[in-house]
Design a binder for this molecule. Structure first.
Ligand code: ISE
Length: 337
């Protein structure tokens, strides 16, 4: 594989899928797009024509196509597990967007199938692990620059969401990123979760709790506070700070630029997560392609996907019951060491 381009098939050509098509075709090295599938066939055809790929009639045809070496899954979450299992059966590396699957049981099936196949083939699209700011924070913590982590503060604000968005989706769609980030930064599992909805914004649909405060607790007792506010209106704003025993590390500025005029400073911020994490997505896909060339698996694996879903599902129960919910995850298999 080392001198050839990795031929990538992409399933799902919505916003994020179409972004990935462009990344694989034009923004990273060592790869090209050869096959696409989307239920919106015209959209898939249009994109395929742009990048010199074929648009196929079904997702399994993409996975099993002889000109596809590796697959990106960017379809809705409910299809992720079945498609990932099909990639494992075909022996092809797969980058599956988050979540690995909406239920823990489905994630367990993927973890079991991958181990039975005897080869790490699955990466889960937790792109924040490739964000420069989060990587600096992890480096500061790992090098001991701030001592021991005691508390993590996270803010996750979206400008708005569609009316179909629910309080549970705030956990499974948005907070799941904070869950993976906390596990990855701290190198520990999350064992307990609590969700509180206080005073609510008038800008949210009546069925949606917004904002919500989520408290995660790690094995060693680190508390992770997550404000999730999906109708914040003013822009896309993600913040993170680790408070350590000897110091503090936090994300740097995410501003896109500024102008100064009339004794005022005007700062432009990202309008949405696709802009804010564009560089991280690009780095994630480059790393995935490099890993395929090197015959290595990188990034978040199936076990990480399983743990993130387990915590997100516990958070959903916490939303529904108002109770603190304990999280149990199976012990990490040596296969994922
Ligand atoms: C969206 O699905 C994402 O994955 C974004 O990263 C997240 O910030 C946003 O809240 C989600 O809706």
């Amino acid at each position: 594989m080392s001198n050839q381009l990795v031929r990538v098939g992409i399933i799902g050509c919505g916003n994020i899928g179409a972004d990935h098509v462009d990344r694989v075709a034009n923004q990273v090295s060592g790869s090209r797009v050869t096959a696409l599938f989307d239920v919106a066939t015209e959209r898939a055809q249009e994109l395929a024509t742009k990048v010199g790929a074929v648009a196929l009639a079904t997702a399994p045809e993409v996975i099993n196509h002889p000109d596809v070496d590796a697959v990106i899954i960017a379809s809705p979450g409910e299809f992720h597990a079945a498609l990932t299992l099909e990639c494992i059966a075909a022996g092809k590396p797969v980058l599956c967007e988050k979540p690995l699957a909406p239920t823990v049981e489905e994630c367990e099936t993927v973890v079991a199938a991958e181990q039975a196949a005897g080869r790490r083939l699955v990466q889960v699209g937790f792109m924040r692990r490739n964000d420069v700011g989060y990587r600096h924070m992890k480096e500061n913590l790992d090098r001991g620059n701030i001592g021991e982590a005691l508390i993590v503060h996270c803010e996750h604000r979206n400008p708005d969401v569609p009316d179909s968005f629910t309080s549970e989706m705030s956990m499974t769609d948005s907070v799941i990123h904070e869950i993976d980030t906390a596990r990855w930064l701290l190198g520990e599992e999350i064992v307990r979760v609590r969700v509180i909805a206080g005073k609510q914004t008038p800008n949210a649909a009546p069925h949606l709790n917004d904002p919500q405060l989520v408290i995660l607790e790690s094995e060693s007792g680190v508390l992770v506070s997550v404000e999730v506010f999906v109708n914040a209106k003013y822009g896309y704003d993600v913040r993170c700070e680790i408070v350590g025993s000897n110091g503090v590390t936090s994300l740097g500025s995410q501003d896109l630029g500024q102008y100064v005029s009339n004794i005022q400073r005007n700062v432009t911020m990202p309008a949405n997560w696709r802009i804010r994490f564009g560089d991280a997505y690009r780095a994630e896909i480059q790393d995935w392609i490099n890993g395929i060339h090197a015959g290595e698996s990188r990034g978040a694996n199936s076990y990480d996907g399983l743990c993130a879903t387990a915590v997100a599902q516990a958070a959903v129960r916490a939303v529904k019951t108002g109770q603190t919910v304990n999280v149990t995850v199976p012990e990490k298999p040596a296969f994922y060491a």
